[in-house]
Each structure stands twice: as C-alpha cells, then as structure tokens.
Design a binder for this molecule. Structure first.
Ligand code: EPZ
Length: 435
C-alpha cells in the first residue's frame, strides 16, 4: 500500500493542467473496437484506468500504441479476437469498463464475457440496466460461475428502451450496441453528461447516425459498419473541480489549464455561492479563495445538468470551512458519504442522515441508506492517519490533509492514480509539502 505524508496548512498556489476525462477516454477506447480502421485518440491522461482498458483491448487482439504527440494513442482493431476468460478476469478486477465491451464484441465476434465487476465501493453498483439493454437488442445472457457469457444467436436488432434512471453506463452501453444494430433504437430517460455527448461525437465521426433530442431521448439508426476516428478527448471536469475545491479549502489560488466552462457551469455556480472566486480564460479557469468567511449551502447531487456526484466529496471538504450549516443530499449513489468519518476524526462536524434532506426525487429515501449529510462549520482540521476508501473520497482526504494543521499519513494513494494524472508532482508544483 502506497502512503503519502502530507504536511498541511499551506495554501495551494500555482497552475496545474488537466487532460482528457477518464470517464470519456475509457469509453472512447472501447468504441475503437467497432471501427474497421485504426482510431487515434488525443489528450489521453496517464491514469491507471486507461492502462486497464489498454490491456483489455490488447487481450482482444487490438494493437494499442502511442501516437505522434504526447498523450495520443492509436488503436488498430484489425485483428479482433476472443480473449481468454481467465485473462479478462485477471485484468479487469478494478474497473467497471469491461461491461461496455459487450456490444462491440457481440458485433465483432458474436460473443462477449463480463467478469465480476470492480470499480469504486460507493454503493451496490448493479448492472441490471446494462443486461436489460443487451437482452432488448436480442442478446442472450448466461450466468456461469466465472462471470456472464453473452451471445447474440440471431444478431442484434434496434429496440425501444426507457431507462429506470438516467444511468451513464447504461446509456453508453445502449449507444455502443445500437450504432451497428439492425434498424432504429430509441432510448428514453438517457443520461446526457458531457462525456456522453463526446462519445456520441466520436461515434458520429466513425459513421454512426445518432439524434439527441431535448427530452433525454436518443435515437440511433444502425449502420452496417463503422470506420476509425481521430478525436481529442474533452477535458476532465471532475479533476478540474477537485483542484478548485483544493484551492478553496486551503485558502489558495489555482489555475487549472484545460478546464472548460461549458462543462462546469453547475459547479461554477455552486463555487460562487460558497464564496469562492474564479476567472475563465480561453486556456482554463483560475479558482481562488478571496479571503473572509465562506458561506454554507444546501446542495443536491443529480445527473447532468445537475451537480455531479463526483464533485460532492471534494466540495464537502471545502464546506467544512464555511460558516453555518451546509446540507448535502446525495441522489446518485446510495453510499457516498464513506469519507465523512475520516473528516470528523480530523475535527469536522458532520451528521449523516437516512432521510432525504432535499426536494429532488430520490431512490434512497425510506430505504435505510445513509445518503444525506449536515456539515457545521467552520471547523479547524487537524492531521490524521487516513486510509483511502475510493477514488473521489481519496482525493478529498488529500484536500483535507492539505487544509489541516500538522502532518497526516494518507494510505492507499494508488487508488487516486486511477483518475488523477501525476497528482504527486502536481501537488508539489502547487507548493504542497508532500512526500
Ligand atoms: C459513471 O459510473 C462514472 N464512471 C462514475 O464515476 C460517475 O460517478 C457516474 O457515472 C455518475 O456520473 C465511469 O464513467 C467509468 P451510472 P456509472 O450507471 O456509469 C445505478 C468516478 O469516480 N445503476 O450513471 O457506473 C447505480 O447504482 C466514477 O470517476 C443501476 O441501478 O454510473 C447508481 O446509483 C465513480 N443499475 C446510478 O444508477 C445499473 O445497471 C448511476 O450510475 C446501472 C446503474
């Protein structure tokens, strides 16, 4: 387990660059499987989730190599082949992306395999929507002890599907399968996150026909074949917001090169309501704490265009420094306050509730899920010995340690490498005292 010592109490000052969004890049790499010619993806961050998807593609006969510019990869799917189930299981352990290979593999090989899925422990994270979608296209799912074996004995056909919840992954699953299915697919209650729009842009470059309507309806007209693409991944708005929250919590001033206002409107509104300031430039966004007291807020996470669940944890650390009561209602995952205990041990005052503390319709109320929080601040934070629970919670621990008085020990920082490129050197570049 890798450990970082963080001597807190210094404002973060300086510039960091964010590159492509992990949550688009991994899906864009899967899309390359659908092309008859090589695909070229730019702005790819050096994070471990990208390495996992590279290995999975390689196992399936795709050649993955660096391109001409830094952060460019070229994927050649000419030799797509079946992979050994044991190998898939060995490589996929810590990612949820393998499930998205199903549609492309069914189109290319007529069969696919889903291992026991990993990903962050932030709730049950079922895959029922994915399986319902695949079955809707005509796939047959067999549960075996080693995982799910999926075939398409009569091919994949377009269909009508309404998702019970606008799931990002299930929307991507449907898109990646519908583009080459026979006929038209109409998906209602789809997720419309910027990363999904970027995936749609990629698929359109490949030759797909996809219409996005204003009411969460996406219509896809299947085509017989797709070609490769060249694309620059949209910037990582989760990483950008994480650095913004780190600037706010430490009383600092951080320019995030590459951050894009259009993808972060909802975050920026909240940042301003809390009392943070920002300035938008062509090349990125600068975030800072203007001095004085921060304001408490009531906030609910939601699917896009709402406030992202992945922004909630870093912001919660900054809210420990706001004066008054802040109320958080998490409506996307049932178990995303696992980090609250550690913050409390550092001096924060946080009460967790099973009730919905907000007005958004939520699937977790009255079901015993602890999914609301009340933070009372400002609280002085003190160093602690912390063990990272999940990716976003982990980065939040780092922010808390940076804001705290004394030297914290943060264990398990490898999890952070799943989604934050070179974060150790970025922290050092911002003047953080870490080793
Ligand atoms: C994606 O996860 C992201 N991961 C998550 O980021 C992100 O938090 C999430 O979308 C929401 O924005 C990747 O893109 C790799 P969902 P995904 O399907 O697609 C329930 C990070 O830290 N659900 O939109 O798995 C599910 O349990 C990660 O970067 C079902 O019930 O999320 C959750 O409550 C964490 N059945 C809700 O829907 C299903 O079959 C939303 O999940 C699928 C989902």
């Amino acid at each position: 387990m890798t450990t970082m010592a963080v001597r807190g109490g210094r404002p973060l000052e300086g510039t960091v660059a964010v590159r492509g969004a992990k949550n688009l890049v991994s899906k864009a790499m899967v899309a390359a499987l659908l092309g008859r010619t090589p695909s070229r993806l730019r702005n790819v961050p050096d994070v471990s989730d990208v390495g996992i998807v590279s290995s999975l593609l390689t196992l399936h006969g795709v050649t993955v190599r660096p391109g001409d510019e830094r952060g460019e990869i070229v994927m050649d799917p000419a030799g797509v082949e079946r992979a050994d189930v044991a190998d898939i299981n060995a490589h996929a352990g810590s990612s949820r992306v393998p499930i998205l290979l199903c549609g492309p593999l069914l189109h290319r090989l007529g069969r696919a395999f889903i291992p026991d899925l990993g990903g962050c422990r932030i709730g049950d994270r079922p895959i029922d929507f994915h399986l319902d979608a695949l079955r809707g296209f005509g796939a047959v799912v067999d549960k075996e002890p080693d995982g799910l074996h999926i075939t398409a004995p009569t091919g994949l056909k377009g269909m009508k599907l309404s998702l019970p919840y606008p799931s990002v992954g299930a929307t991507e699953q449907t898109l990646l399968t519908a583009v080459c299915a026979e006929g038209v697919t109409e998906l209602s209650n789809a997720a419309v996150e910027p990363e999904i729009m970027d995936l749609i842009a990629i698929l359109q470059k490949m030759g797909a026909i996809i219409e996005v309507h204003t009411d969460r309806v996406i219509r896809v007209t299947g085509v017989p074949a797709l070609s490769g693409y060249t694309h620059r991944a949209l910037p990582d708005r989760i990483e950008a917001a994480s650095w913004a929250c780190a600037a706010l919590a430490t009383g600092g001033h951080v320019t995030v090169d590459g951050a894009r206002q259009a993808d972060m409107m909802t975050f920026l509104n909240v940042f301003r309501r809390v009392g943070g300031e920002f300035a938008v430039a062509d090349s990125g966004i600068t975030f800072w704490h203007p001095g004085g007291q921060l304001s408490s807020i009531a906030l609910e996470t939601h699917v896009h265009p709402g406030f992202m669940t992945d922004w909630q944890q870093p912001l919660a650390v900054a809210l420990t420094q706001a004066s008054g009561l802040s109320i958080l209602h998490e409506t996307v995952y049932e178990n995303r306050f696992g980090f609250a205990g550690a913050l409390t041990s550092m001096g924060a005052t946080i009460q967790l509730y099973r009730e919905c503390l907000g007005g958004l319709p939520c699937r977790f109320g009255q079901r015993n899920f602890v999914h609301s929080a009340v933070l009372s601040g400002p609280s002085k934070l003190y160093a602690a010995d912390l063990e990272i629970p999940d990716l976003r919670g982990g980065f939040s621990y780092l922010i808390a340690a940076l804001a705290a008085q004394g030297t914290s020990t943060v264990r398990g920082i490898d999890i952070i490498k799943r989604g934050y490129e070179n974060f150790e050197s970025k922290l050092a570049g911002l003047g953080a005292d870490v080793s």
